[in-house]
Design a protein around this ligand. Structure first.
Ligand code: T4K
Length: 367
């Protein structure tokens, strides 16, 4: 049996360099709660991402939960069913009702033209996802939000380093969140961040991720504990040095896939739009069973038999899970594009270090 190829593999810093940081942390004995490496990483990320303020978190789910709370979002929120389940779960944890709106089949993202019809007197926000790091139509979404006085919180878990006409998309909306999970293009093992535009919000978020403390004795809100520790922050600082190399490596993998699949009937890929810098951390392909001669699931299991573990991100749709399927907006008739994509997608392996031979092996299964 050939060696297993997984959908992704984490980029890790050199153990030698990491050891030097670890020795320093051991000496400092300050291992969490706004430590030296935590603060250094917040600054380094703000500079790298060209965003005003970054607040680090322990994962990519808690910044969603915290941002919804900080933005005083209540009632109903318009969101996409085509995402990882953490997107809707963050609403559930705040007692907010998700209202699912269908996606644009060209991008996989919330279709702005379908948002207005879903707005009610209880709607307070829109929560889109830049799925696979493909930018949402942020301009149109903001126009709708402004017209109805809604907040916009972007789940940008997949969109590390993505820019549109030179501007980082994390600058859009009221806030954006990132995930630094091991499976992401930039990882801190587990980790995440909230991106905000002003200092007052940054202070508020920093307090909320530390139980609501301001100073030693005052608690101003029912905060949570979601502080990134020093070990992961140090690991993150080292990984930041190589993230551009990783993005370029993934870009090359994606280019080889696109070239190899160009002539294959029944397999469609997303293409790059001008002016956008992608991070190429996912490579979803869409299978048209009639044309390809095999269903998505048949292909998925054929790959698995050959020890190539693609993933069906994002199948099943969030709206089909038991927590959400009873909602009116979860009716499949409301979400035809999302269902079609969820039923036809496979994400092929993409990571820094995926070799040419691996890519050939994967293409041989597909073509
Ligand atoms: N919003 C969106 C849009 C998201 O996609 C996510 C997370 C979030 C919010 C929440 O962010 P976090 O709270 O997770 O930071 C993974 C990740 O756990 C999850 O972070 C991610 N999205 C989601 C799309 O995928 P799984 O269950 O598919 O991962 P798993 O463990 O099966 O790993 C996939 C493959 O990666 C493995 O087959 C091998 C490789 N791998 C994985 C790990 C964990 C490694 O090589 N090493 C590792 O340490 O969920």
């Amino acid at each position: 049996m050939d060696e297993q190829i997984t959908v992704t593999r984490p980029m890790m810093p050199s153990l030698e360099e990491f050891n030097i940081y670890l020795q320093d942390i051991w000496q400092r004995k300050w291992i969490t709660n706004n430590g030296y490496y935590h603060n250094k990483l917040e600054e380094a990320l703000a500079e790298y991402l060209k965003v005003p303020y970054v607040s680090l978190f322990t994962n990519g789910t808690l910044p969603l939960i915290t941002a919804l709370h900080a933005l005083c979002i209540t009632g109903e929120v318009i969101t996409t069913p085509y995402s990882f389940v953490a997107t809707s779960h963050s609403l559930w944890w705040n007692g907010i009702k998700p209202v699912f709106v269908d996606i644009d089949p060209m991008t996989g993202n919330l279709d702005p033209e379908k948002i207005e019809a879903a707005i009610t007197s209880r709607t307070t926000a829109i929560m889109p996802v830049h799925v696979y790091g493909i930018p949402c139509d942020t301009k149109r979404i903001q126009e709708i939000a402004d017209k109805y006085g809604l907040k916009v919180l972007y789940d940008a878990a997949h969109a590390f380093g993505v820019t549109v006409n030179g501007k980082n998309i994390l600058n859009e909306g009221d806030m954006s969140t990132l995930s630094f999970h091991a499976t992401k293009i930039y990882n801190t093992i587990e980790g995440g961040a909230l991106i905000m535009h002003d200092k007052t919000t940054k202070k508020r978020i920093d307090s909320l991720k530390n139980f609501g403390f301001v100073g030693e004795t005052e608690v101003v809100a029912p905060g949570i504990n979601s502080k990134m520790d020093e070990v992961r922050a140090a690991y993150g600082l080292l990984n930041l040095k190589q993230v551009d190399t990783a993005i370029e490596a993934c870009r090359q993998v994606v280019m080889r896939y696109r070239e190899g699949l160009r002539q294959v009937k029944g397999i469609a890929c997303f293409s790059d739009r001008p002016g956008i810098r992608y991070n190429y951390s996912y490579f979803p392909i869409l299978i048209d069973a009639a044309e390809y001669g095999m269903t998505r699931d048949e292909l998925y299991f054929k790959m698995k038999e050959k020890n190539v573990l693609g993933r069906r991100y994002f199948y099943p749709l969030i709206s089909t899970f038991s927590t959400y399927r009873g909602l009116e907006s979860a009716n499949p008739e409301n979400l035809p594009n999302a269902h079609k994509m969820a039923d036809s997608v496979i994400c092929l392996p993409v990571y820094y270090g995926l070799g040419d031979k691996d890519i050939e092996r994967i293409l041989d299964i597909l073509v």
